[in-house]
Design a protein around this ligand. Sequence first.
Ligand code: ADP
Ligand code: MG
Ligand code: ZN
Length: 487
Amino acid sequence: MSETVTDVEYEPVVGMECHAELLTNSKMFCGCKNEFGGEPNTRCCPVCVGMPGALPVMNKGAVEFVIRASLALNCQINPHAKFDRKNYFYPDLPKGYQISEYDVPIGVKGWLDIEVNGVTKRIHIRRVHLEEDTGKLFHVAGDDSHVDLNRSGVPLMEIVTDFPPDIQSAEEGRAYLVKLRAILTYIGVCDGKMEEGSLRCEPNVSVRPVGSNSFGTKTEIKNLNSFRAVFKGIEFETLRQGEILNSGGRVIQETRGWNDAKQVTFSQRSKEGEEEYRYFPEPDLVPLFISEEWIEQVRASMPELPDARRDRFSAEYGLSAYDAAFLTENRALADYYEQSAKLSGDPKSAANWMMGDLSKLLNSSSTEIGDCPVSPEALAQMVGLINDGTISGKIAKALIEEMYSTSGVPLEIVEARGWRTIRDAGAVQAAVDKVFAANADVVTAIIEKGLVAKRGFLVGQVMRETQGKADPGEVNRLIDAKLGLQG
Ligand code: ADP
Ligand code: MG
Ligand code: ZN
């Protein structure tokens, strides 16, 4: 028998480059509207289509958004950030260069914390800078390609994690993006709509033998637009690179695309070096001056950030760490929760309904919490109806489904459907008697053989007999009394 060679086990090392389109009204260097979509090439002017001689004018709001994001990411602010030209040819970039920030970005040396499996880890951020987005190419049937410049010149913020990279697994990569998206949407600088490309992520992945602290050759996965793709992309690259190394090969530094249908990365182009962009200072813009006063003004207007809100939810509403993290993952969700918790006066129950039934309903109809047909007021009223005994928890499960499909008022639905808990003790007793009569064998087994576990069956039958409208506590009491089980 031949000796088996044991493969080396590899772990990923990941650096993230994320692009966020900023929620300004107008574009980065002109007055054109900054909005997703629109008839192709209708939101353009000589500046953003790159006509020779057109002059850029800085959008102060965009700079302020980057200052805001930099502060939220615990960065230091460069008071004299400047803009540079990044030169390259591509049909979606008619100017032949992109205005970006090269050596003096607005924000540097920041961090954010992620939580994976209950452990908090700090991910260091190297830089946060401002640039302009490119247009978009559409490849149509045949050999035709069309260009839409509506996106050209949209303010784009780039956030790059530090070296050496802190992210060391697909889970951590995903958690980083989840937290980054939460922060950016909380502070209102980006809508976080990954499916529309307003937040795009490019993981740089290399692998090394588990436990080593060397660095391998990295590949960059371009333009991932979902949390899942980030997770799967890192996982795939880790395996692919590990297999190459284990079979004696060498990883090539390159840019790779992501095929979402096949869940694989594929080679796009070998990586261009920085020198090929021939960066030089943008001669049409003066350097920025970001005063201490401006920074403090932005800092003072900062809303509560996700981590602070999570900790406050735990303290104020008695939520577990997991629940508090879940409910603060995005601002709309946290706002919804906070409203329903306050209105219902039962924060724990509001959390349970949101994380259970309501989440399921939202997921199965691919609806965001912002478009939820059940308002926080309605959810709170439903919790109130359970707590004051008007309906049972079982009925509430049917009720929330109907609230979801009709946007109806809970109490009105309960009345229309006759879902009030049966208050008439005689009616519940009658149901118990009927179930005992129909299931004499079970009753005998419980009484004679001590098969107490079968008691639940009787409870279920009575609930069914009363269409879920009996108070479960009362049903239990009456059954125990009839079985002679009560204390
Ligand atoms: P590039 O110019 O190729 O985009 P950068 O130096 O800007 O590369 O790095 C991009 C990201 O990749 C950063 O987050 C950086 O920390 C990370 N990175 C650099 N080298 C490696 C490596 N060997 N493995 C994984 N990530 C890396
Ligand atoms: Mg890169
Ligand atoms: Zn324009």
